[in-house]
Write a protein that binds this ligand. Structure first.
Ligand code: FAS
Ligand code: PHB
Length: 390
């Protein structure tokens, strides 16, 4: 088989790249190691920057988002001295975010790929990349026990943190920057009305909590938990009791609880791989970077990577121009590191750090006090949260 761009990974990054390139007449094949059902079973991000909203609409996959997605003009931060709203719309001169689950985006992308006869091969095992430093790279994979080969011009590594693509860059060339946080997020999904119309980020002495949602009858909640915790140790009752202890009193009094329909623990890390390209391989999304979900940047960073990479590939196939491809890694990393910084800052501001006793706790409280006494500080938070320009 031959294609122009072989895309490894059928998550949002890989599918979005495939959709955008297909619309420009560029041939792609997506290789996904799991089934579509498995991919759609993962509950991930919920908040979309305007940049991602625009890209989805331009790629003809924004219709359902525009029907059921919710535009949010602000969110609340609660802490020991009370609760304060961050008015995104006012602080950024009109910018907002969209609440629409990553699962829905991925479903919309799979449906769009199917409708356009896009080539998405699921259950593709043992994917391996070959001859990346030549002008004729290839990808091999096993499907139904038979090994297949795809000759291609370029390989897009969209296979997430645990994928094969980043590991295909020689170790003497790849540099990795990582910070692992001493806690995780225990998240649940419940078919209950959200406790508030807007998200509530809670900084509390017992640990961080977040109230989010997917729609008017599907709530998404998180509590900071120990890395040693196991999901089976957290009954629904224990989760709801702990969440209520971290919420502002008014929210704790009115929250509607119910059975969890999904419950999982995610570790938190900050991670960046450099460079994001090697020969004819280009990394995008979680394959190249991971942020703690506090700033809602993970999926949104994947979107800006795909914007830069698709623009570069379109320029190459349209006019033979290779400069954007050569600059892809540097261009993408500039925005990635800014989102990395913001996600680290928001995580540091809102979570309980065991080693923070005394001085660290006082600095954290002062950071919160400063945030709520300075419009300049709130403008900085708001412009990062709605998404810095591409
Ligand atoms: P993904 O990991 O989504 O997709 C990669 C795909 O590649 C997967 O389908 C995988 O099966 C496939 N793959 C892997 N190895 C392969 C191989 N060898 N061959 C073929 N296919 C292979 N972001 C937020 O903004 N907010 C959140 O609340 C949030 N919560 C998260 C919770 C968890 C548990 C995780 C892991 C991430 C979370 N994220 C969140 C970040 C998340 O949304 C990612 O940024 C987003 O999934 C990035 O999409 P992709 O780059 O497509 O990577
Ligand atoms: C979510 O709804 O899953 C969500 C929202 C905002 C975040 C993280 C996760 O910062």
């Amino acid at each position: 088989m031959r294609t122009q761009v072989a895309i490894i990974g059928g998550g949002p990054s890989g599918l979005l790249l495939s959709q955008i390139l297909h619309l420009k007449g560029i041939d792609t094949v997506v290789l996904e190691k799991h089934s579509e059902e498995y991919v759609l079973g993962r509950i991930r991000a919920g908040v979309l920057e305007q940049g991602l909203v625009d890209i989805l609409r331009a790629a003809n996959v924004g219709a359902r988002m525009d029907q059921v997605g919710q535009v949010h003009e602000g969110f609340e931060i609660s802490h020991m001295n009370g609760c304060q709203r961050i008015d995104l719309e006012k602080l950024t001169g009109g910018k907002t975010v969209m609440v629409y689950g990553q699962t829905e985006i991925t479903k919309d992308l799979y449906d769009a790929r199917r409708k356009m006869d896009g080539k998405v091969i699921t259950n593709a095992e043992d994917v391996a990349l070959h001859d990346l430093e030549t002008t004729s790279p290839s990808v091999t994979y096993k499907k139904d026990g038979v090994t297949q080969t795809i000759q291609c011009d370029y390989v897009a590594g969209c296979d997430g943190f645990h994928g094969v693509s980043r590991k295909s860059i020689p170790s003497d060339i790849l540099r990795e920057y990582e910070k692992v946080y001493p806690f995780g997020w225990l998240g649940i999904l419940s078919e209950t009305p959200p406790v508030s119309d807007e998200l509530i980020y809670c900084q509390h002495d017992r640990g961080f909590a977040l109230c989010s949602m997917r729609n008017e009858n599907l709530s998404r909640y998180y509590v900071q938990c120990s890395l040693n915790d196991k999901v089976e140790e957290w009954s629904d009752e224990r989760f709801w009791e702990e969440l209520k202890r971290r919420l502002p009193e008014s929210a704790a009094d009115r929250i509607v609880t119910g059975p969890s329909i999904e419950k999982s623990i995610a570790p938190l890390r900050s991670f960046v791989a450099e460079p994001l390209s090697y020969g004819r391989l280009f990394l995008a999304g979680d394959a190249g970077h991971i942020v703690p979900p506090t700033g809602a940047k993970g999926l949104n960073l994947a979107a800006s990577d795909i914007h830069y990479l698709s623009e570069a590939l379109i320029a190459k196939y349209d006019s033979g121009e290779e400069q954007l491809l050569e600059q892809y890694s540097e261009t993408a990393l500039k925005r990635i590191w800014k989102a990395m910084r913001f996600s680290w800052w928001m995580t540091t501001l809102l979570h309980k750090f065991p080693e923070n006793e005394g001085f660290g706790d006082r600095i954290q409280q002062t950071d919160i006090d400063y945030l709520f006494s300075s419009e300049a500080a709130q403008v900085s938070l708001a412009e990062n949260y709605v998404g810095l320009p591409y």
